[in-house]
Design a protein around this ligand. Structure first.
Ligand SMILES: O=C(O)c1cc(C(=O)O)c2c(n1)C(=O)C(=O)c1cc(C(=O)O)[nH]c1-2
Length: 249
């Protein structure tokens, strides 16, 4: 019997713990918790107009999350996996037998109202910055064209979102008391959902990334996603600089 030739020079896969460590090192440097806009948000330095601009632009990201999750769903090979993943769409759009009022998109619309933005204004998409559109389109396109492993790996930034959201909730309560606290509900609910979703995604990545090449692809997908989040905030920060809003506006 002819044995397939083995590439003895191919590097061995890392243990899961080493892959996790590499993700962590990347996040430390490149996740958007370090972005200057988030730092300004946390220290209470944003004007009302700046906070509103962020809420309006992040809504564009939020409303595209279930769309990219539907693209990932279509790549999953088993009903067991699809049954688990479909819950992410319901988390944002609302339960299938409801009217959407229990979903994350509705909670984000309420966050908009809490900062003084009309829900029709958010739904119209008017005011979404070109850079935000490109960043979000980039994320959705990545999930459309990449492998299931890479698309799932790109969601792993959520490993770091719950801690950032806890910081955000505390900062908003302290520095932006004019925001109706009901608006913070989106983040309060998302902390638990984000923990669960990212742990599920990490378990899939561990199971699927069998070679060093797969693992390198995971790191590249994660880096790309950090860049999506970073580019979104770059666009918002630049618009703040250009508008030069007065501190008490
Ligand atoms: O506010 C944040 O900092 C933040 C970050 C992220 C993230 O790291 O991708 C998500 C969210 N929020 C979020 O609310 C959310 O629903 C979400 C879904 C995903 C994803 O990639 O599937 N990321 C995130």
């Amino acid at each position: 019997m002819v044995m397939p030739a083995q590439d003895v020079s191919a590097p061995l896969p890392w243990p899961d713990s080493v892959l996790d460590e590499r993700l962590h090192t990347l996040a430390e440097r490149r996740y958007h918790h370090r972005h200057p806009f988030n730092l300004r948000m946390h220290e209470g330095a944003l004007t009302r107009a700046e906070l509103r601009l962020w809420v309006l632009n992040r809504f564009h990201y939020q409303r595209n999350i279930p769309i990219k999750d539907a693209l990932i769903l279509a790549k999953l090979p088993s009903r067991e996996l699809r049954r688990v993943w479909i819950r992410r769409i319901h988390d944002h759009d609302g339960a299938p037998d409801g009217d959407g009022s229990d979903g994350g998109i509705e909670r984000w619309l309420r966050l908009g109202e809490a900062v003084g933005l009309d829900r029709d204004a958010l739904l119209s998409g008017e005011g979404v910055l070109p850079g935000v559109r490109l960043a979000v389109d980039g994320y959705v396109g990545f999930c459309r064209t990449s492998s299931a492993l890479e698309a799932v790996a790109s969601s792993l930034t959520e490993l770091y979102a719950p801690e950032l959201m806890a910081t955000r909730i505390a900062a908003w309560e302290r520095h932006y008391p004019w925001v109706d606290p009901e608006g913070l509900r989106y983040f309060q609910v998302r902390v638990g959902q984000g923990r669960r979703d990212s742990e599920e995604a990490l378990a899939l990545v561990h199971a699927w990334a069998r070679t060093r090449e797969d693992q390198e692809r995971v790191l590249a997908a994660f880096t790309f996603k950090c860049e999506v989040l970073w580019a979104l905030l770059d666009a918002v920060e630049k618009a703040c600089e250009l508008s030069g809003a007065a501190p008490d506006d």
